[in-house]
Design a protein around this ligand. Sequence first.
Ligand code: SF4
Length: 687
Amino acid sequence: MPDPGTSLGHIFTPIEIGGLRLPHRIAMGSMHLCMEGREDAGGRLAAFYRERAEGGAGLIVTGGWAVSAAGAADNSYGILHSTDRGRPLARPAGQRTTALGQIAASTAGTEASIALQLFHAGRYALADSPGEVVAPSAIASRVSRVEPRALGEEEVWEVVAEFAAGAALAKELGFAGVEVMGSEGYLVDQFLSPMTNRRDDSWGGDADRRMRFGVEVATAVREAVGEGFPVLFRMTGAELMPESRPWEEVEAFAAALVEAGVDALNIGVGWHESPVPTVQGAVPQGAFLPWAARLGRVVEVPVVAGNRVNRLETAEEIFATEGVDMVSMSRPFLADPRLIERGRQGRSVNVCISCDQACIDRSIVGEHVSCLVNPRSGHEFDFPVGARTKKRFVVIGGGPAGLEAARALATLGGEVRLYEERDELGGQFRWARQVPGKEDYGATISYFESELRRLGVHLHLGQAVGEDDADLLAGCAGVVLATGVHPRTVEIPGASLPHVVDYAGAFEAGLGDARTVAIVGGGGIGVDLAHLLTHEPDDLFARYGVELPGAVPFGPHRTNRNSGRGRGRAVTVMRRSGRIGSGIGRTTRWVWLDALRHGGVRTLTGLSYRRITPEGIEIELEDGGIETIAAERVVIAAGQERRDELRPLLERLEVPHRVVGGALNPSELNAVRAFGDGLRAAYALVG
Ligand code: SF4
């Protein structure tokens, strides 16, 4: 029964998958955390999953575990079996089996159930993959650029057997189910698509034979685990590739999987090399629901929708659509391990802001995954929770670093006072939330404010701390100096003219009705500002040439990317050297640059600034040419300088302190580091 008093009644309606009862309809989707290949993977991952299980998660799907060394995308993957082809499959080493057993047991005593994801990267395996890179055909991907070896006809059966053996092992070790990873362009997709499967044997040549590998995997996995053990299959609803398969093939594959004994279909969207954004903040929430909903109407088993669903309220709305039985949310469980519990209780949630910076951007290069807004995520071992002090701490500054420091100090039992000179918390997040696609940054501020109040932190807004406040600081157990940055001034003649403003002023007061704007500085802030100034709401699918399922096959080549619209403003972003937006994460930068192109923003690099005039800004290009960029307003977004004026006072007082975020290092201003600094400072001061 839905919990009384909540508006999330559909979510909290139990459901069964393959005989497994789940307490609600949110699945914690698979995430590769890049811990799976570590020697201490068992304890770390068990702690990670345990915390989510205790926070109310229902079905948890682990990150992908490679069914063989060849199936691992890189060295950060856990491997279920040895790869010695033609020989009996070797069990994983004892240490690995122990790790898997720890993970399987991590949900014990909770309402959660954990399923092991069976994974094979195929041609997405990177050069540092521990095994040979194999695929249906010898065609390299844009992701790895490694030319794979085409599997032999008999050899494909061995890969099928590896999936089956992985499933049997999962059952033996106590997992509650398995999920076959068959989407995002990995091996199953590579067999399905004529773009990557150019074979003409029993595994390729026409749609039925391309489909065969996935169906044989499903059949073999079912046989390996028997009836009554849940088997989920993550399949692609929309490839979003230039030569995507027709919808009829997608439906036929779904039906064949169900026929093979699959208990639920989890619908993925987009290959990793797709030129269509699927999970970034620019993508509307729940945008890819139609693909899952449509499949849900043609198969008899539960269908799980996902991709860019980061709020329970969005999931609840999705359940009003016929055909969807569950919603998968992955990154939101990184941002808030107690997402479900908080939702059930109507409490504020630490919302995933879809920035990708500490999760996907890291996982694609094999780096330990965490979360920007929750730096403890993935480090549960390193930062154990629990009160261990009653001392008094002061945090100066209410931006990301200060917020996280105050939160962590309070959870450790400290009596915390936070001073922020402005009337509002959030620091630079207050500006980011204005940017289209970054509106959720405002939710981070709301969450922290609510959480700090709940934890009893004394919030002193509108109160700056200065040299006269020695009494406040002396005698406390620790101070966190998180006073951030201020915009860097530039030495360009004319920079003090009245139409010149720094980026802080541009965000705070806007640029009025200026029709021409020149932005000096093409880092992340300059890109954000240009996007804010030029964005007009439009249909993302129309922009990228995506058609809804059931229509004709679509291709991103029909994208209308550079229409030069954008509020009729002419905006120019300039950078002396380097690439525009070079500090932005790999999986989001291209989306923001696409948005600038769509907004008609002109970008220039490799130049020097000569002078600012009342008419605009004069620049010298690399070839020596001089150009005047007409601009009613010129915005300086050329970096920042630290604000750490209180550091000498703290040293004089000999009070234990930590300087964090931009106040410590303005040149590498980055929110991942700022939140992480805050967390580390809190634990260091408490000791
Ligand atoms: Fe979400 Fe960003 Fe955290 Fe990833 S790093 S889980 S995208 S908030």
